[in-house]
Design a protein around this ligand. Structure first.
Ligand SMILES: Cc1cc2nc3c(=O)[nH]c(=O)nc-3n(C[C@H](O)[C@H](O)[C@H](O)COP(=O)(O)OP(=O)(O)OC[C@H]3O[C@@H](n4cnc5c(N)ncnc54)[C@H](O)[C@@H]3O)c2cc1C
Ligand SMILES: Cc1ncc(C[n+]2csc(CCOP(=O)(O)OP(=O)(O)O)c2C)c(N)n1
Ligand SMILES: [Mg+2]
Length: 588
């Protein structure tokens, strides 16, 4: 079979072994893996792959910077649960992917990155645009490969998919030399199948462990479930809810766990950690049993470890054995997929009357449960909390929100209440500014029927605002809310609290964002008061194309509560000077 033959079958999936170029094999393998969308940017060392693209039923989104491609693949994966795919050329193309790869690695996101590499004959000679991208990405990928023969391409890509999505998900990079792309080989999708996934030998949940955990749950008086991102990655939302409801255990969520348990559920306590709710952190400190489900006790979650939940026994249900006892000493570890483990555990959990403990938490909550900022009367100032709270109210929470990193990210976590998994997409572990806009493009590509909002700071927006052009070229309908405080706000907040208000290098001049959008053919509006907010949000929602709202918010507002680094979980800085205010009906 000649390489000029169109290699598509009716559904684009090649079933019969066929001789193809390495470049064609790349796409044929992706089609076989069910890929419909990729995000990338061409260049010399990946040109054969781009040349072959037209023969395959895959949509390619041309990004403006390869960092955008890796964030788009990441946003696609977070929104859909599928593996996201990005493509770049060698050298600077590949290095530009690195921030996005590291972002995905820190948050355990399944992603496959394909890079072109110089020809195998000149590897190691500092050839034009040669970098050792497998060396560079070794610490930030779950695995990576360099492939120099066409025969190896299909097995490597198929293995990459298996690694990316199995166990604890993560990014995998496949670097393919140009001569391997140009050579031919027999493409046999079935034969390229990797060996069956072999779970880590420590992934073993025995009866004794389950019984120990069940006994702790049966005898606890003050339990708290700590629900994390692993709940969503495992698809264990229903099992988590059954556990909480049956045993009447309140659920605290990590930032990346928001949406894993409905915000409106009576047992939902809210977010834990540095900017979590005060009563959640107090409940954790007072608890006698923490049941950690798919969360990794990040330092943003625990505060100083020396004083973390000292009264509590800890059960850790986690797929990665390396996480057990990493930060917090565990009493019972159940190492396995969360959904499977909970299914085995649930029959051992009887009903429970947790009324006394839930009442204690309510007492701890007291007046602090009344959100201060949200309830401030409209004094002409626009607070970021108002903006986010109102976007939540106006959309009914039925949107995917993609945030950037900073104060606005924390306010989103506090004021937008997520009922469903995969409705908050945010960079938690690496905290990557510039993530939101491209990740939202990926999310919208994965979920074209969903309403997508970007909530982004004036600083982070400028890091990847070139992707406005991608939005325009692709005709993508997303709504962009810039929380414009004229500062690198989160850093300014640290300067205010810990550096004597020395606002060194944090005041930020920005372009007129509405004009910038206009230059891309994207409509927009600047909003300065709360009175204008609702109408502006509705105009954005109903606009046919992308819409940018530039919210000029209070410049020196801070995120409360806050646990200073090195402090205990219960030692929070609270908002000064504002006594609890009554909630308005809108805010309930
Ligand atoms: C400015 C800023 C402030 C922040 N403040 C806070 C804060 O106040 N509170 C907060 O919570 N976070 C905060 N974060 C986020 C924080 O840094 C971490 O990213 C977050 O706490 C991690 O949440 P996680 O452990 O649930 O998710 P991940 O880090 O994604 O960990 C998920 C865990 O689940 C496991 N897992 C995956 N799949 C499965 C499965 N199938 N079965 C079982 N286990 C599985 C993984 O192995 C992993 O250990 C902040 C981040 C930034 C940038
Ligand atoms: C790429 C990158 N560089 C630097 C930082 C450190 N940092 C964390 S938050 C922040 C300020 C963000 O400012 P802005 O985007 O305006 O959001 P705001 O905090 O004002 O809401 C900075 C600089 C980071 N997280 N990521
Ligand atoms: Mg800002």
């Amino acid at each position: 079979m000649g390489t000029n033959a169109n290699p598509q079958t009716s559904n684009g999936h090649l079933i019969e072994p066929t001789r193809l170029t390495g470049a064609e094999i790349v796409w044929a393998t992706l089609v076989g893996e069910g890929v419909t969308d990729v995000f990338g940017y061409p260049g010399g060392a990946i040109l054969p792959v781009y040349d072959a693209l037209r023969k395959f039923p895959i949509h390619h989104t041309l990004v403006r910077h390869e960092q955008g491609a890796s964030h788009m693949a990441d946003g696609y994966a977070r929104a859909s649960g599928k593996v996201g795919v990005c493509v770049a050329t060698s050298g600077p193309g590949a290095t530009n992917l690195v921030t996005g790869i590291a972002t995905a690695m820190l948050d355990s996101i399944p992603m496959v990155c394909i890079t072109g590499q110089v020809s195998s004959k000149v590897l190691g000679t500092d050839a034009f645009q040669e970098v050792d991208i497998t060396g560079i990405t070794l610490p930030v990928t779950k695995h990576n490969f360099i492939i120099s023969r066409a025969e190896e391409i299909a097995p490597a890509i198929r293995y990459a998919f298996q690694i990316a999505k199995s166990g604890r998900p993560g990014p995998v990079l496949v670097d393919i030399t140009k001569d391997a792309q140009q050579a031919t080989a027999i493409f046999d999708f079935a034969a390229a199948k990797p060996r069956p996934y072999r779970p880590h030998p420590m992934l073993h949940v025995d009866d004794a462990g389950l019984e120990q955990a069940a006994e702790l749950i049966r005898s606890t008086k003050r339990p708290v479930i700590l629900a994390g991102h692993g709940v969503i990655e495992s698809g264990a939302m229903e099992q988590l809810r059954t556990l909480a409801e049956r045993a009447q255990i309140p659920v605290a969520l990590t930032l990346l766990g928001l949406g894993a348990f409905p915000a409106s559920h009576p047992l939902n306590l809210g977010m834990m950690g540095m900017h979590g709710e005060s009563w959640v952190n107090h409940a954790i400190q007072e608890s006698d049993l923490l049941i950690a489900c798919g969360m990794r006790f990040d330092d943003r979650v625990t505060g100083t470890l020396a004083t973390y939940a000292l009264k509590a026994k800890k059960i850790h249900i986690e797929v990665d054995p390396a996480e057990i006892n990493k930060n917090v000493k565990i009493d019972v570890a159940l190492v396995g997929d969360l959904r499977e483990v909970l299914e085995q555990l649930l029959p051992r959990i009887p009903g429970h009357n947790g009324a006394a403990w839930l009442k204690t938490i309510d007492t701890i909550k007291g007046a602090s449960a009344v959100r201060d900022i949200k309830n401030l009367p409209d004094d002409g100032h626009l607070y970021a909390a108002h903006v986010i709270h109102d976007i939540w109210r106006i959309t009914g929470g039925n949107a995917i929100v993609v945030t950037d990193v900073g104060q606005h990210q924390m306010w989103e976590a506090q004021y937008f209440h997520h009922e469903q998994p995969r409705t908050l997409i945010t960079s938690g572990g690496l905290g990557t500014m510039g993530f939101a806009l491209p990740a939202a493009i990926g999310a919208k590509t994965a979920c074209p029927d969903k309403e997508v909002w970007v909530i982004v700071g004036d600083g982070g927006f400028q890091m990847t605002s070139s992707e406005l052009s991608t939005i325009a070229q692709e005709g993508i309908k997303i709504n962009i809310a810039i929380i414009n405080n004229g500062f690198l706000g989160m850093v300014r907040q640290w300067q205010e609290f810990f550096y004597d208000k020395n606002y060194e290098c944090t005041p930020l001049l920005s372009p007129d964002f509405v004009k910038l959008a206009d230059a891309h053919g994207i409509a927009g509006k600047t909003v300065r008061t709360r009175a204008e907010l609702e109408q502006a949000v509705n105009v954005a929602r109903t606009a046919p194309g992308a819409y940018l709202l530039n919210f000029m918010v209070e410049q020196e507002d801070s995120v409360y509560p806050m646990i200073p680094v090195g402090s205990a979980l219960h030692e929070m800085i609270r908002r000064p000077g504002i006594s609890p205010l009554l909630e308005t009906p809108d805010d309930k």
